[in-house]
Design a protein around this ligand. Structure first.
Ligand SMILES: Nc1nc2c(ncn2[C@@H]2O[C@H](COP(=O)(O)OP(=O)(O)OP(=O)(O)O)[C@@H](O)[C@H]2O)c(=O)[nH]1
Length: 797
């Protein structure tokens, strides 16, 4: 048995077996030992073991062997490190056991197995583990180990990324705790996560971008790599999470930029630094009708229509080099050849070193904007009603025409046209008909002139015409005649047919002025003279007109001052009873005590007052003063009626009643002592409202007299409809001794139960005649003389 065992030991190829006796002398040394240690059996057997095997841990080994000798039991198996004869260091697995004969330990056998290879693998594995741990701990990527349902382990980077502080805040929780309810695509995070786990499981690993929610409640983007691993039979996921928020933001910005580029309504062109086109967007094709293919690789200047002009190109380059930017309007063309206005903005794009790397061009189609601008400009320069040039454009055209005339030493004419009594059209037919008339007149005026001339509406019923470059004044006169004739043709406006006329003043450059203001002013002055002279005609400006105008202006200023300084006075004409000769009333007549010109009669200043719009304040003053006088007469024991003339402006003024009431209340005069005199013409001008006004005045208690009766085109029918108390026979009938007219008027007044008073009575015969015809009262030089001779003389002033 032993023999067999020894044979087996001899032959065991990988097991080195040797034995030693009590003297530590080698007794057995098999082939394995020879091979392992490089010592042949005959070199070993019979020699002390210490000399044969220089063990690295000799003392330790000796102790084990000593223990076997002493105890007679096998020593513990150990890994030892030994050095072979040829200097190799081996790891051996060694077991020692005793050979006992007769109860005595005779030898100790050692069996050694070379485990160097295994030891080396173990060391490598250990090293790899340590390295891996280092990587795990130091990794800048977050690493999580996910177990069945929850996080099993996290590295420090994961704690930092998820801002969770300690591992215990993550470990044990499902990864879905760290995601928002839904991913940006809208899918539920839990559903998406399960899908990802499944894919990772099926394919080994799975990569995706994922939106996470950290412990601070903040969302962030991460790239996730899940690797499915099996560890000790357990299924795990090794998850690497890398924060890609910055990348996502950059991607988002890029995406946005691409979207802007592609979806911009303006064409965007990108070139390289040589201005060769490298990209265009869709809008470029939409706007220009050219495909991107036509553009790419081509020089910008040749491909953006409108930029071909070398001079413009040079300007652009200079500006781009100097400021990095150029912007301007160009006349571009579409593929079909249609021209369109475009705004081009070119910007140099620089790289990180500041060198120009590209250029970006933005080309906008500004057709609509141009149209809007043109429309706005048209509105600003044209009259809304007639669409003729307005004052703004006229001034511009006049300035240009003047420059041209100066350069070419030619004449130009400026015509000021004002329609005659246009207000009446408005008043009688309405503003709308007035508007239609103005429009039609505008059309006719345009037809009277050449294309180079300008017809403009200044507002109201005023038109100005520039006759640019006339050969002589007769040419202007000819046009003025044509214009008057055109205006004079009947107008058919709806159901109305009307006939109007105009007054034209003409100023000639250079004779009547050499600047815009002067020419306009002088044409206006000339027009005014036509109005003064009865309207419906034309006049050229002359210097006398200017003087007259200056006088008028002075008079107008004087009137305003007179109102302020109380320069007006009242004079009175007596109204006497024909039969008794007693005074029954006084007619108040306004006078102006002019500081330089002395006492002025109304004829001298009323027309100016009317034009200057001063009739209301002057009339109001007269009314108030007259009432005060009458009140004083009454208090002095002379209850006389005071007669006050009303002007058209007063009669048609909306506050006439208020004004009369105020004058009565202000003076404390009873209404029956106030008599208001109106001419037939004034009543007619009051139009449809006249009857109402007269009734309202009558209702106030004041008396109403028709002045200058018989001179107007009397429509006698109206008399019975109006609350008129008295008719005043115009002095022209009295002084002319026109008995028939006077008698007829008196008879008519009788029939209408009105009183009648004759004006302008100068002689006793005239008075006798009036008396014989039953006239009630008289007035005139005879009446004043009689009063002046009486105790009431002071009342005349
Ligand atoms: N229908 C209409 N009337 C306007 C317009 N603008 C101004 N008017 C009126 O035109 C009238 C101009 O009157 P004036 O020129 O002062 O006087 P007129 O009645 O023409 O009398 P003369 O010029 O003295 O002959 C005024 O009654 C204005 O109210 C407008 O756009 N449409």
């Amino acid at each position: 048995m032993i023999t067999h065992l020894v044979e087996a030991m001899e032959l065991a190829p990988t097991v080195a077996v040797h034995s030693m006796d009590a003297n530590r002398t080698v007794r057995f040394w098999n082939a394995g030992a020879a091979q392992m240690f490089g010592v042949a059996p005959d070199e070993a057997v019979g020699r002390p073991i210490a000399g044969v095997l220089p063990f690295v841990r000799e003392a330790e080994h000796d102790a084990v062997v000593d223990e076997v000798w002493r105890s007679g039991k096998p020593g513990p198996a150990r890994d030892w490190q030994v050095r072979t004869r040829d200097g190799r260091v081996l790891w051996i697995y060694s077991a020692s056991f005793p050979l006992i004969q007769d109860g005595v330990v005779r030898q100790v056998f050692c069996m050694d197995i070379d485990v160097t290879e295994r030891k080396r693998n173990e060391a490598a594995l250990e090293n790899a583990g340590a390295h891996f741990r280092q990587m795990y701990l130091k990794s800048s990527d977050a690493i999580l180990l996910i177990g069945a349902d929850s996080i099993a382990e996290v590295n420090p980077a994961a704690l930092a990324l998820f801002k969770c502080g300690a591992a215990c805040n993550m470990v044990g929780r499902p990864l879905s705790d760290f995601a928002p309810l839904r991913q940006p695509g809208g899918a539920l995070s839990s559903v998406e996560m399960t899908r990802a786990w499944d894919l990772a499981h099926d394919t080994g690993n799975f990569r995706c971008d994922w939106r996470y929610l950290n412990c601070a409640g903040e969302l962030f983007w991460a790239e996730v790599l899940m690797t499915s691993i099996a560890l000790n039979g357990e299924h795990l996921f090794y998850v690497v999470v890398r924060d890609i928020t910055a990348r996502k933001q950059a991607e988002h910005r890029l995406h946005l930029a691409a979207q802007v580029f592609e979806n911009s309504r303006d064409a965007i062109i990108i070139t390289d630094r040589e201005q060769t086109v490298i990209a265009v967007n869709r809008a470029y094709s939409n706007i220009t009708g050219r495909g991107a293919g036509e553009m790419l690789g081509q020089p910008l200047a040749r491909q953006v229509p409108g930029l071909e002009d070398p001079a413009l190109n040079q300007d652009i380059r200079r500006e781009l080099d100097a400021t990095g930017h150029w912007q301007g309007e160009i006349h571009s063309r579409r593929a079909g050849g249609d021209a369109f206005p475009a705004m081009l903005a070119l910007t140099a794009i620089r790289d990180s070193n500041g060198a120009v790397s590209n250029y970006m061009g933005i080309l906008s189609d500004i057709t609509d904007r141009k149209k809007t601008e043109e429309h706005t400009r048209h509105l600003a320069e044209h009259d809304f009603l007639t669409d003729l040039p307005n004052r703004v454009l006229l001034l511009d055209r006049l300035s240009q025409a003047l420059q041209g005339a100066r350069r070419s030493h030619r004449m130009l004419a400026l015509m000021f046209i004002d329609l005659d009594r246009f207000k009446e059209v408005n008043d009688t037919l309405g503003h709308q008909v007035g508007d239609e008339l103005l429009k039609e007149i505008a059309r006719r005026l345009v037809k009277c002139v050449r294309g180079a001339d300008t017809v403009s509406r200044q507002g109201g019923d005023e038109f100005l015409i520039i006759l640019a470059d006339i050969g002589g004044v007769d040419q202007a006169a000819h046009v003025a005649g044509t214009v008057l004739n055109a205006i004079a043709q009947p107008f058919r406006l709806g159901v109305h047919t009307l006939q109007v006329s105009g007054s034209i003043g003409i100023a000639i450059y250079p004779n009547d002025g050499d600047d815009i203001e002067q020419l306009i002013k002088h044409a206006d002055v000339a027009m005014y003279h036509v109005k003064e002279g009865g309207r419906n005609g034309y006049q050229f400006f002359n210097a006398d007109m200017q003087a007259q105008i200056a006088e008028r202006v002075a008079l107008e200023e004087g009137l305003r001052r007179a109102l302020r300084n109380q320069e007006f006075e009242l004079e009175f004409q007596a109204e006497l009873d024909v039969l008794s000769g007693d005074p029954v009333g006084m007619e108040a007549l306004v006078r102006w005590r002019h500081p330089e010109l002395g006492l002025l009669l109304p004829e001298r200043f009323m027309a100016v007052a009317e034009d200057a719009g001063l009739m209301i304040p002057i009339g109001t003053w007269v009314l108030q003063q007259a009432c005060r006088h009458a009140r004083r007469w009454r208090e002095g024991g002379h209850p006389l009626v005071v007669a006050v003339n009303l002007s058209t402006q007063q009669f048609t003024h909306k506050n006439l009643l208020g004004c009369v009431r105020e004058a009565l209340e202000g003076s404390g005069l009873s209404p029956e002592y106030l008599e208001l005199e109106l001419t037939e013409a004034i009543i007619m001008k009051g139009g449809a409202a006249a009857q109402g006004t007269l009734l309202a005045l009558s209702a106030l208690g004041v008396r109403l007299t028709i002045d200058d009766f018989g001179t107007g085109y009397s429509r006698l029918g109206y008399l019975k409809d109006y609350p008129v108390d008295k008719l005043k026979i115009d002095s022209s009938f009295t002084t002319a001794g026109d008995g028939a007219v006077v008698a007829t008027i008196i008879a008519m007044a009788r029939n209408l139960k009105m009183q009648v008073i004759a004006e302008g009575v100068e002689t006793g015969e005239q008075l006798a005649y009036l008396r014989s015809k039953g006239c009630d009262q008289y007035q005139g030089r005879l009446a004043d003389a009689q009063l002046r001779g009486s105790a009431l003389a002071p009342l005349l002033h």
